[in-house]
Design a protein around this ligand. Structure first.
Ligand SMILES: CC(C)(COP(=O)(O)OP(=O)(O)OC[C@H]1O[C@@H](n2cnc3c(N)ncnc32)[C@H](O)[C@@H]1OP(=O)(O)O)[C@@H](O)C(=O)NCCC(=O)NCCS
Length: 224
């Protein structure tokens, strides 16, 4: 899902289906400790995310090691690495790049069958211009459009949170689709409120999404 969303010269991305038979334990005890009390589903997605991230890091020449989580849940990447992990019910992906090539990087995967967006959820995710854009889509594209806005905002949040260190609600940002095709989209993000060090009104033209029958995958990446 993510291969076409990243520049392969700068970013390594690995992804995989989450099979129920996948291991529930990591070879790194410190990682097991993080999900010790979690249900199996959570253990499986967490461990797979770490394995995919290590495979990607190896391609960058970074030696394998435990990837722990900070208190705010952000992965603790090795020094000089920028990365992002995403999982939904049945798919998991990890993307990494070197800080010399990438300023920020966030990925997100959503699964249609796992998340039907109700009207109230759409209202809580979308600002008025996005609702207006959704209303102009053909009826059969309405839900895909709403999922695309949601996924875009999650990818954007995960890209920038490591820089800002502050929460930003869904109404703090606006997504504008420059292209919205059957299988891909290109979008920009505009801040509707300041998210220090980024100021209200700042625009970022670095969003892309890909659509399959089952998934929406989004990436928000700024290359140096
Ligand atoms: C942080 C958040 C985006 C993660 O979403 P999620 O539904 O758990 O989705 P995903 O599975 O795609 O991502 C989880 C992974 O993201 C990473 N992550 C978690 N919090 C993060 C953060 N604050 N910043 C960056 N990455 C984060 C972790 O690697 C996590 O997986 P892991 O715990 O197995 O390591 C979501 O929980 C959230 O808080 N959203 C509200 C804020 C928002 O999206 N605002 C939009 C404004 S633009």
């Amino acid at each position: 899902m993510f291969e076409s969303l990243v520049d392969a010269a700068a970013i390594q991305v690995f992804e995989s289906q989450i099979h129920p038979a996948l291991p529930l334990v990591s070879t790194f005890e410190d990682e097991n400790a993080i999900v010790q009390k979690a249900v199996d589903k959570r253990k499986r997605e967490f461990i797979l995310g770490r394995q995919l991230a290590r495979t990607a890091l190896k391609e960058l020449g970074v030696a394998p090691g435990a990837i722990l989580s900070a208190k705010d849940r952000t992965p603790r990447w090795p020094s000089g690495v920028i990365g992002s992990i995403s999982h939904c019910n049945s798919w998991c992906a990890a993307a990494v790049g070197l800080a010399q090539d990438v300023d920020f990087l966030g990925i997100d995967i959503e699964e249609y069958s796992a998340r039907t967006m109700s009207d109230s959820m759409i209202q809580s995710v979308c600002v008025s211009d996005e609702l207006e854009w959704l209303s102009r889509l053909p009826a059969h594209d309405y839900h895909r459009g709403a999922m695309a806005v949601f996924s875009a905002k999650e990818a954007w949040y995960k890209a920038m949170y490591p820089i800002t260190g502050q929460f930003l609600g869904f109404h703090g940002a606006q997504i504008k689709f420059v292209e919205f095709q059957a299988d891909f989209a290109v979008w920009t993000g505009r801040l509707l409120e300041s998210w220090q060090p980024f100021l209200r009104g700042a625009e970022f033209s670095c969003g892309k999404s890909r659509f399959s029958a089952e998934y929406v995958a989004s990436a928000f990446i700024k290359y140096t």
